[in-house]
Design a protein around this ligand. Sequence first.
Ligand code: NAP
Length: 258
Amino acid sequence: MDLKLKNKVALVLAASKGLGRASALALSAEGAKVAICSRNADELKQTAAEIHKETGNPVIAIAADVSDAAQVLDLIHKTAATFGGIDILVNNGGGPPFAQFETFDDEAWQKAFELTLFAFARTGREVLPYMKKAGGGRIINIISGSVKAVLNNAVLSTAMRMGVVGMAKLMADELGPYQITVNNIAPGLILTDRVKEVLPKDIDHDQAIKERSKTIPARRIGKPEELGALVAFLASEQAAYISGTTIQVDGGASRGIF
Ligand SMILES: NC(=O)c1ccc[n+]([C@@H]2O[C@H](COP(=O)([O-])OP(=O)(O)OC[C@H]3O[C@@H](n4cnc5c(N)ncnc54)[C@H](OP(=O)(O)O)[C@@H]3O)[C@@H](O)[C@H]2O)c1
């Protein structure tokens, strides 16, 4: 299926590694012009070069912290200036820490808010003029399965990302008339550096993956490109009538019915 993404402009946040990288690669492979950001400029440049080498399509790297307003505004303006607009925004960022509710102080809550909820709101707001000018757009938020079922120690993720779910629903309502869709993707367990870090360290890595896989109906951990494929589809022309939803990519792992 041709997803009609050729020459569309996509801005993918937090994309030197993991799910962001996989999303950028999937969009670039479909012909989009892609801008990626993350904090480590060297790793980011290398990722941009790798994606370009694989797809042959333009990829620019602009180092930015997604929770820093000035850096994000600069990123958005540079992307639009380089490629002539912005059609697709993939909101993504580092995840908040895992621990019991009682352990998080005011600073931890504030930081989680800035990174996981407010950063998504700011970028969503700032790309709108470009999308409205283009006659449509796609906003795709990468959140977490923690919005669908209880995930141990994920209180910051759950609290902030439930906010993203609500915000996306309201944005979908207000932006529908502009042909701008807003959707969330809720990953379960997908093998990225972040997940490698949270697997138990007291057993062998392969054994830890095997053990964890037993709790997932698909009996394996997901691959980043499996989420990237959904990003590309939600960004496509064919997905124009899908908005305000949260779609899980979790091999059936969520124990919630709704
Ligand atoms: N993988 C999963 O199974 C899973 C499941 C549920 C939810 N998630 C969520 O999905 C998101 C991505 O996770 P991942 O597994 O892809 O993580 P990852 O492999 O650790 O990659 C994180 C990426 O985000 C960048 N980043 C982190 N903080 C940033 C910031 N403040 N500003 C800009 N870039 C930033 C990192 O680069 P720099 O460090 O250089 O900035 C890196 O490119 C996280 O929010 C995570 O909580 C993942």
